[in-house]
Design a protein around this ligand. Structure first.
Ligand code: HEM
Length: 557
């Protein structure tokens, strides 16, 4: 009898809790929000709202559907039904990015990033963030990047050698069967350019970043490479699941050492161990080269990012309160590896795919590049190639590696103007969105970059020429450090590695296209963008094989 009462009580409590969550999620949360009048999809889960639909679909899929139905500014259901502002409106992007300190990364994103990368510039907020950036920015200035171009070119040449070796091995299995020519493995399997390019950009980041030879192009078991592949792959299950959301909201879940978390912490552990040694070397170099205790700007010889950073941090004219601690300098190493390796490699991978799909673009780009009569051009020479510049901008626009910027409003109340008004649930025209403290904002950078309102009717089309034509007011409406697009975001938290990334990609394209051409493999698979932190390529119908990009790589005819 007692057990029956207990069971009934427990069932009653469960039913009450469920009903309360449903009431809160379905009724109360949307009505209490300042976003209530915006249109948007119904939640598909009481607890996780629409989040899991977005995270499990192709990068652009859900957002594109939303836009089709509700316009460029809408709300969807977040955790426990709390409305999330979602917009591709250029004015919303410009506003949220400009007011970066009132719109920081939300708690969950920052916590997971901190586990993986430590307390560096990527996760710092407010005054600490300003301090980190002030010291780091000079190490990625235009001048600093110019001197790194030979590293980009040499690594690019090594990348071409490795891809050609791989292709040559696969090209040998030619045979005749009953008079029919058999396809080679190069034609059927191709070369996984995603893997090779990833290794090359990690090596570049290690060399140009810290003067450290990771050599992962030659050695796939290099510890830094293994750790960083584990780190970036580890993000998928960490953020992907219902448990991860529980993990953030219910402290008990945080205390559990989850299987998924291990690759994240291992990545940080390796970069820390390698980093401690490197940091000490750089500090010794600074102090050793200084004539007396007061260190001057010219006292470190190294041109890598870490040397420049250590030099800026030790400089005599910097007040103590503005300096980075050893721990903070160390965290920048994993931050730079994390922010700078897979981003560039993913864009380059998609670039090679775009070239394989469009022979005319590939030929035109090669023709321009081959006009330069040296194998080691300077950055100025690369920057003087207009079609190369247009190709890089167009690729970054359509295949940005970071497809979302998630933020949380810290202001009690804010008003965000719209460039493209939308119709509210009550039928009124909304020209401005009122947003209150604690409201989440998700800016789908991928869809902003494909917005017809900004880029015109052919926004979905890959057309580098658009960047050679007159840049219209509409193109100008995104305020950004590079190419009127959202890929590097903008404002106080904009990517300050963009000069490095653009120079690296141009250098890789330069050396690659002079020697090889890209073609699809004969099955001509369809690739889709799949995202958590980074938007990676996956073959439709071969999802279990993971992320890859298989192309035929052949010597230029
Ligand atoms: C094509 C390549 C790249 C793209 C598209 C890209 C894009 C981005 C984006 C969107 C952010 C902002 C993330 C957010 O706050 O939500 C960011 C931040 C950052 N990126 Fe990049 N990035 C690229 C390459 C690089 C490289 C090569 C480096 C370093 C050499 C780098 C260093 C950073 C750093 C340090 C931050 C943090 C800035 C801050 O929070 O103040 N990035 N990047």
């Amino acid at each position: 009898m007692f057990i029956l009462v207990l069971l009934t009580g427990a069932l009653g409590l469960a039913a009450f809790s469920w009903a309360s969550i449903a009431f809160f999620s379905l009724y109360l949360a949307p009505r209490r929000s300042s976003l209530y009048n915006l249109q948007g999809p119904n939640h598909t889960n009481y607890f996780t709202g629409n989040f899991l639909d977005i995270l499990s679909a192709r990068t652009d899929e859900e957002h594109a559907k939303y836009r089709e139905k509700y316009g460029s500014t809408l709300r969807f259901a977040g955790i426990a039904g709390a409305p999330v502002l979602n917009s591709t409106d250029p004015k919303v992007f410009n506003h949220v990015m400009k007011e970066a300190y009132d719109y920081p990364k939300p708690g969950m994103a920052a916590r997971v990033l901190r586990i993986a990368t430590g307390d560096g510039v990527v996760t710092a907020e407010g005054e600490a963030h300003k301090r980190h950036r002030r010291i780091m920015i000079p190490s990625l200035s235009a001048q600093a990047v110019k001197s790194m171009v030979p590293i980009f070119l040499e690594k690019g040449m090594e990348l071409v050698d490795k891809m050609m070796e791989d292709a040559a091995e696969k090209d040998m299995a030619v045979g005749e069967s009953a008079g029919e020519k058999k396809a080679t493995r190069l034609e059927t399997e191709g070369v996984d350019v995603k893997d090779w390019v990833g290794r090359a950009t990690l090596d570049v980041m290690a060399l140009a970043g810290f003067d450290y030879k990771s050599d992962s192009l030659q050695n796939k078991t290099n510890e830094l490479y293994v750790a960083f592949v584990g780190l970036t792959d580890g993000f998928a299950p960490t953020l992907d699941s219902f448990k991860a959301i529980m993990w953030d909201f219910v402290p008990y879940f945080r205390t559990m050492k989850r299987r998924h978390e291990i690759p994240l912490t291992q990545g940080l552990a390796v970069s820390r161990r390698v980093g401690i040694e490197l940091m000490e070397q750089k500090k010794q170099a600074v102090l050793g080269s200084a004539s007396d205790q007061a260190v001057d700007k010219k006292d470190v010889q190294g041109r890598d990012i870490l040397s420049l950073l250590v030099r800026a941090n030790i400089a005599a004219n910097l007040p103590e309160s503005q300096k980075l601690s050893d721990e903070e300098v160390l965290a920048q190493i994993s931050n730079l590896l994390f922010a700078g390796y897979e981003t560039s490699s993913t864009v380059l991978t998609w670039m090679f795919h775009r070239l394989s799909e469009d022979k005319a673009v590939q030929d035109k780009l090669r023709e321009e590049i081959c006009q330069i009569d040296t194998d080691m051009p300077t950055l100025d020479e690369l920057n003087a190639l207009p079609y190369l510049e247009a190709f890089v901008k167009e690729s970054l626009r359509l295949d940005p590696p970071s497809p979302y910027a998630n933020r949380e409003c810290l202001k009690d109340e804010d008003f965000i103007p719209l460039a493209e008004p939308v119709i509210g649930r009550d039928g009124s025209v909304i020209n401005e969105v009122r947003i209150t403290k604690g409201t989440m904002v998700m800016l789908p950078l991928f869809n902003i970059n494909r917005s017809k309102f900004i880029y015109g009717e052919d926004a979905e089309e890959f057309r580098p020429e658009r960047w050679l034509e007159d840049v219209t007011d509409s193109l100008n409406s995104i305020e950004a450090p590079y190419g009127h697009q959202a890929s590097f975001i903008s404002g106080p938290r904009a990517c300050f590695g963009w000069r490095f990334a653009v120079a690296e990609m141009k250098a890789f394209l330069f050396v690659t296209l002079r020697r090889v051409q890209f073609e699809p493999i004969i099955s001509h698979p369809e690739y889709e963008h799949i995202t958590l932190i980074i938007s990676r390529p996956r073959i439709v119908g071969r999802e279990k094989e993971g992320y890859q990009m298989r192309l035929q790589v052949k010597p230029v005819e």
